[in-house]
Design a protein around this ligand. Structure first.
Ligand code: CA
Length: 394
């Protein structure tokens, strides 16, 4: 590699990871905005499908088991955050609200290390960086991930089939997500979660345009993490994950465990770090909660006439399905017969290619649902293409 291509590759790598992690860090922020609408959708869709699934007993999504705040201890010494007023107030308030000893929680939060590398990683990318769908895609649709995905699918065929029946979410989507997130548990991150969440909860970089919202998000995640840790029999500093606080094979955020985790193999415990049935159940339940519609495609091919298409109008709603198939078609984004036959709304999704013309797809409601796992159209299309490539190869 020349220095230039090497540098470009590094930037793509950083952007890829940043896309994954900034999206995962903002998952719950977005949940707040969409949850009301999705609840309505879910109830509506749920009613329609109730008859079909009446014989199925879906696993009940569990909140954390009873807290055992005695489990919240640390053997690490007091560090930087023990002297930060905001961090110590947070710890005291958390203890008060969760029936824990303030001295224990202050010791835990105070033991966290400030991680400058994490602050750097969540800072905005340089303005000169150009997004590139083709490079992004090549990082995920590649032989190692395909082979690992085939083996994951074969090993878990029963769980995947049961998830399809229980939640109406296809196996390929679950397999695609876990592949992109962690290569089936191979890359789950090596950052100490307590340090990551404490750093981002109290030192989120102010150079970020949304730093206040992000910092508030991480305080909530730190709170959820303390609650999660109080239910598990392990030292709090032993949890490790991504630089944005995501954990395990499905790279879940602590608050997402609280909301979407299920005991999918019925062994009485939820384990999203190691238990592949529970991991599959979690991903399927997550998409069902966000309104996945069984049998609706995620997107259609679209041919955009760059010169004559009404691009500002078509791109304005971004990934939110807004247009009828006819609207798109007659504004310069030509659909095939399958796309034209689609009855619900579509979005014109733009994926930039650093060099050369952009890639477009016509995204459906289900494409939008995939972006609820991670708010990036690049991420969503990579998940979809990986999952479907694995399915096709089996
Ligand atoms: Ca289980």
């Amino acid at each position: 590699m020349t220095p230039d291509t090497s540098r470009a590759a590094s930037l793509v790598a950083i952007w890829t990871v940043t896309c994954l992690c900034t999206a995962s860090l903002s998952r719950n922020l977005r949940h707040l905005g969409t949850v009301a609408l999705l609840l309505v959708t879910t109830v509506f869709v749920g009613c329609a499908s109730q008859a079909a699934s009446a014989q199925q007993q879906p696993p009940v999504a569990l909140a954390y088991p009873a807290n055992n705040n005695e489990a919240l201890t640390t053997s690490r010494p007091a560090g930087y955050y023990a002297k930060r007023g905001a961090a110590m107030s947070f710890a005291t308030d958390w203890a008060l609200n969760n029936g824990a000893q303030a001295t224990h929680i202050r010791a835990i939060v105070g033991s966290a290390q400030r991680l400058p590398s994490v602050i750097k990683l969540v800072s905005p990318a340089p303005k000169t960086f150009k997004k590139d769908w083709r490079s992004y895609r090549a990082r995920f649709i590649e032989p190692v991930r395909l082979t690992a995905g085939q083996s994951f699918w074969q090993r878990n065929a029963d769980h995947l089939e049961r998830a399809e029946v229980t939640y109406g979410v296809p196996a390929w989507l679950i397999v695609g997500v876990i592949g992109v997130e962690s290569i089936y548990g191979r890359h789950t991150g090596s950052y100490t979660t307590l340090d990551v969440l404490t750093t981002l909860a109290f030192d989120f970089p102010k150079s970020h345009p949304k730093w206040k919202a992000r910092q508030a998000f991480f305080r909530d995640e730190l709170s959820a993490f303390l609650q999660l840790a109080s239910t598990q029999d392990r030292k709090i500093e032993s949890w490790v994950g991504s630089y944005a606080g995501a954990l395990g094979w499905p790279q879940f955020m602590p608050s997402s465990w609280q909301q979407y985790a299920v005991d999918f193999d019925g062994d009485g415990h939820i384990d999203l770090l190691n238990n592949q049935a529970d991991i599959i159940g979690y991903v399927a339940n997550y998409f069902k909660a966000f309104g996945w519609q069984t049998n609706m495609p995620t997107h259609f091919k679209v041919t955009v006439d760059q010169t004559h298409a009404a691009l500002p109008k078509l791109l304005e709603p971004d990934i939110v399905p807004t247009f009828t198939a006819n609207d798109l078609h007659h504004n310069g984004a030509a659909l095939g017969a399958d796309g034209l036959a689609h009855q619900a709304s579509l979005a014109l999704v733009l994926l930039k290619n650093a060099k050369g013309s952009p890639t477009y797809v016509a995204g459906t409601h289900n494409f939008y649902v995939v972006t609820r796992y991670n708010w990036s159209s690049y991420y969503a299309l990579a998940v979809i293409e990986l999952g479907q490539a694995i399915q096709d190869s089996l």
